[in-house]
Design a protein around this ligand. Sequence first.
Ligand SMILES: C[S@@+](CC[C@H](N)C(=O)[O-])C[C@H]1O[C@@H](n2cnc3c(N)ncnc32)[C@H](O)[C@@H]1O
Length: 250
Amino acid sequence: MFRDLIDDLDDYSVEPDMLLDVPFVPTDEAVIEAMLNLVEVGPADLLYDLGSGDGRILVAAARDRDTRGIGVEIDPLRIADAFDYAAHTRVEYLVDFVEDSIFTADISDATVVTLYLLDSINVQLRPRLLRELRPGTRIISHAFDMGDWKADERLEFSGTKIYKWIVPAQVAGVWEWNGYDDTPYRVELQQKYQEITGRAWVADTPAELKSAALCGASLELTIQEGGATLPITFTLNFENNDLQSIVEDA
Ligand SMILES: C[S@@+](CC[C@H](N)C(=O)[O-])C[C@H]1O[C@@H](n2cnc3c(N)ncnc32)[C@H](O)[C@@H]1O
């Protein structure tokens, strides 16, 4: 029955004065399943689909995973069809569709964002994804990459690529703290998306920053002090891009 609905959709034409950044091309149901699996979408998530078309990504997540979803779509005809499909699938209480642009809609409460747009549109969206989404929010893109923000994971499924990013906290700068034994530590960090480089000091003596791994709001730093036999690892937890707590590995 939904197949008929989709065939009917092809008869609709976009209003002549409407500027679509991307035409409507629906994601295949099997690819949707692979996308939702890659970011482990579940009932605790709030999923935004930017350019939600006929609503199929959100309907699948609501139907199969009890996930709440909000679709942002500029074409009112697609919005109407998405509401119809959600009602037909009996998930209308879990999903909503807003007529808005992907460049202006408020997306700040998303925990997962799905995209099926274009490389160039992903790059244009990138600053607001990094600025407006909370650290730890997962982003998943069907087919299209996002410039020099390297994906945290990518996979090939049925001949199409799927990309996953985790929004990183802003951690660049100078951070100082004391270890369990009161030893003072200091790091100066530079950041390019989730890639962190920098320098470390232990008790004002230069030390080696052996690794720095940022995942969302959690930054794991491994520091090797000159005279010490073993490096020491700290996990720095950020909230609203401020350092909230530090855990030293026992
Ligand atoms: C390739 S389709 C993807 C549909 C759906 N996300 C899917 O994967 O099945 C892109 C959608 O983005 C919508 N779109 C294009 N430009 C937009 C804009 N500036 N703001 C919101 N939606 C837009 C189109 O109308 C279309 O429905």
